[in-house]
Design a binder for this molecule. Structure first.
Ligand SMILES: Nc1ncnc2c1ncn2[C@@H]1O[C@H](COP(=O)(O)OP(=O)(O)OP(=O)(O)O)[C@@H](O)[C@H]1O
Ligand SMILES: Nc1nc2c(ncn2[C@@H]2O[C@H](COP(=O)(O)O)[C@@H](O)[C@H]2O)c(=O)[nH]1
Length: 204
């Protein structure tokens, strides 16, 4: 049976750059993780594709999935549901592949409770002014929604201490590199506890 894959959770406030970092990591193609596509009741933005960016569903469909225990985690975030379908995560981890989640902090806390062996990484902005500017520059939300998202950011940043790692996304290239190094390092730690690797690696 394949060794179970590793769960990697990237969290942080809206606009910090989680999606940008995740896309940069996946574009480099020197890894074998699988991205878990989230489900949401939010309306698609221009250019977003159902089944690629998110599974876009109705509120009643989402609540049905919650009721049937089909979500690993979910949260209501600024008027919409967001969540991680459970089956894909379990099947992929069981097949030995790593799974990458990009989710907000309440969901990350739920995952931590259920899968404490995961690697939890918090992406943090250089400061709040820059964070707000990034959401504005993205041009996807109206000012009222930006204010609601910013209203959550301080409490979200305070949860940073609950993570295994915090990475500052000031320079994108550096942040991407740091996250890749964290994942590589965690793999090494995992391999050390597996007897089949001990002979290969010698005294550790
Ligand atoms: N290091 C960086 N320096 C400057 N701008 C950045 C950096 N990283 C990301 N951005 C920009 O910040 C904006 C927000 O990034 P992104 O959409 O990836 O954030 P997010 O954390 O995924 O947001 P959300 O949680 O709302 O989905 C984008 O316009 C992106 O290009
Ligand atoms: N708890 C979860 N949060 C998620 C999930 N997928 C995305 N998110 C987070 O929601 C906010 C808003 O996203 P946006 O696409 O509307 O900007 C952001 O922090 C995302 O990271 C999920 O499956 N579970």
């Amino acid at each position: 049976m394949a060794k179970r894959g590793m769960l990697i959770v990237l969290s942080g406030p809206s606009g910090v750059g989680k999606g940008t970092v995740r896309k940069a990591i996946f574009e480099q193609k020197d890894n074998d993780f699988q991205y878990s596509i989230s489900m949401t009741t939010r309306q698609p933005r221009n250019g977003e594709v159902n089944g690629e960016d998110y599974f876009f569903v109705s509120k009643s469909d989402f609540e049905d999935k919650i009721a049937h225990g089909q979500m690993l985690e979910y949260a209501k975030y600024v008027d919409n549901y967001y969540g991680t379908p459970l089956q894909y995560v379990n099947q992929t981890l069981d097949s030995g592949k790593d799974v990458f989640l990009e989710i907000e902090v309440n969901g990350a806390r739920q995952v931590r409770e259920k899968m404490p062996d995961g690697v939890f990484i918090f992406l943090t902005p250089p400061d709040l002014v820059e964070l707000k500017q990034r959401i504005i520059n993205r041009g996807t939300e109206d000012m009222a929604t930006i204010d609601k998202r910013m209203g959550k950011a301080v409490d979200e940043i305070k949860t940073m201490r609950d993570y295994d790692y915090a990475v500052v996304n000031d320079d994108l290239v550096v942040a991407v590199d740091e996250i890749k190094n964290i994942i590589k390092g965690e793999h090494l730690r995992v391999t050390r506890v597996y007897p089949e690797y001990q002979e290969m690696l010698g005294e550790l």
